[in-house]
Design a protein. Structure first.
Length: 206
């Protein structure tokens, strides 16, 4: 016997544990009903405890931690957590803390390939019901110092909240020669598998 299709009154409440504009824009464009409540967790502390883990494992663990933090406070909701991290030249990069640090990151990225790991997780109560990582590779062109400073004049402080110092939907696209991978991964979340999971959980119509 088939389950009845979810209605606005029967579908689970979905909370996005993030203030990310790009993740909100993805969900809005896809027609996903949700509310956004940023999670407050010690990301760097969690990362230190995962020093032996791989980048996709770290991105997934942070996604779960963000969702779990809010799920503990909202037992009636399904909570979506998401995270992204960048690896370049064998080094993992966090969000820049200042414009000067952003300049340093861009100088290091110049001429290299960024591996962008994005992940998402769904948590209900104390249980992670779904999680998935994804990967995109972005080849950075050779960046002149003049370009880096002009770019940051235009894009700072908005790119200060991004691990790769770019918004692909804005001027950040000028950083790259080529991109390999899902556009949603580049924007910060594996949207297509997430939509499948939301259908399984009854948030979206199957």
């Amino acid at each position: 016997m088939m389950s009845p299709a979810p209605t606005p009154n029967s579908a689970p409440r979905l909370i996005l544990a993030s203030k990310s504009a790009s993740r909100r824009a993805m969900l809005d464009a896809a027609g996903v009903p949700y509310e956004a409540i940023p999670a407050d967790i010690d990301e760097r502390g969690i990362e230190r405890g995962l020093s032996q883990s791989s980048p996709p494992e770290i991105a997934e663990a942070l996604s779960v931690a963000k969702a779990a933090a809010l799920a503990a406070q909202h037992s009636d909701a399904l909570v979506l957590g998401s995270d992204s991290l960048v690896v370049a030249g064998g080094k993992r990069f966090d969000k820049p803390g200042s414009r000067e640090e952003a300049s340093d990151h861009l100088r290091f990225f110049s001429g290299k390939t960024l591996k962008l790991h994005s992940a998402a997780a769904l948590v209900r109560g104390d249980t992670c019901v779904w999680a998935a990582p994804s990967l995109a590779r972005l080849e950075v062109r050779e960046l002149s110092e003049d370009f880096i400073q002009h770019y940051l004049t235009e894009e700072w402080p908005e790119v200060g909240s991004t691990v790769g110092v770019f918004r692909i939907e804005a001027m950040g696209v000028q950083l790259f020669k080529s991109i390999e991978g899902d556009q949603f991964t580049v924007l910060g979340m594996p949207l297509l598998p997430l939509l499948d999971a939301l259908r399984e959980e009854g948030v979206l119509l199957a």
